[in-house]
Design a protein around this ligand. Sequence first.
Ligand SMILES: [Zn+2]
Ligand SMILES: [Zn+2]
Length: 304
Amino acid sequence: MEPPRLIAFSTPLVSTWVLDETHRVLFDAGDGVAALLDGKVHRVQYVALTHSHRDHIAGLPQLLNLRGGVASLQGFPVEVVHPEGCNAVAAFGRFLAQFDQSTTGQTRWHGMRHDDRLDLGDNRFLRACETRHVPGTADGRPRCLGYQIGRVVTRLRPELRGLPQEELDRLRTERGRAAITCVEEDVLLTVSGDTLPLHPEALAGTRFLLHECTFLDEDAEQRAEARARGHEHSCLSEVLEVAQAAGVERLALYHISRRYTDEQILRTVRAACARREIRARVSVVLPGRVCYDVFAQVVWPMKG
Ligand SMILES: [Zn+2]
Ligand SMILES: [Zn+2]
């Protein structure tokens, strides 16, 4: 199966957004998203906010203003999902409702908790998953989330797999189709948002993983600074370990600190993948520019 087509821009502290063109979901809406997406802004049907740091939400007014007008004409307002415990998003939502009732005011907002889901149609769903970037509220509502896109598929019951076709035909005729099939879920894509490394169990079955990788090394000083501000992030070795343990087919790294040069990033990622004999194909979203078709920018394994 081909990975979804992702367009991304991600420079920590400045702006982060990722458009899944295949599923019409925009993950986060950092500053400049509307300008950089240009005509593709009309591809956005859902916005999934991972948390309310300004570099992940500052582009919302312009995006919803552009998209909202067209959407309301078509009768499909943009739907924004966000962690339920984000007071800043709630305040932003109230402001945008007043700001322009015919565009931004048309937006539908959904506060999400872990495992909450939104139906995307076509047997696809968006599901919120637990992340560890900022602490939740005192009463247990999350202030940060990752997201998964999955599909519901009807398959032959496991115990019947391998039976000859004539036998299956007979069972279907005798008992009906529903008796020989079951409904299963395929997780296609997981987007981590800002977080400490996700747990491999949470990634079980994920084919394609977009994971933050703020630090290339376990730089105690930088990490300690972020931690002191209450923000947890991942480093390269941890992300590779998780991706390998979860057995993902494709891994894309984003949210990489601007303190590294492009050459440093590519060299370090390739060396670490070689050292760990990473089986997944690995892509990188370099900071400071738009990356078109993220999973197509393979940096590991190296060709030739
Ligand atoms: Zn961030
Ligand atoms: Zn953040």
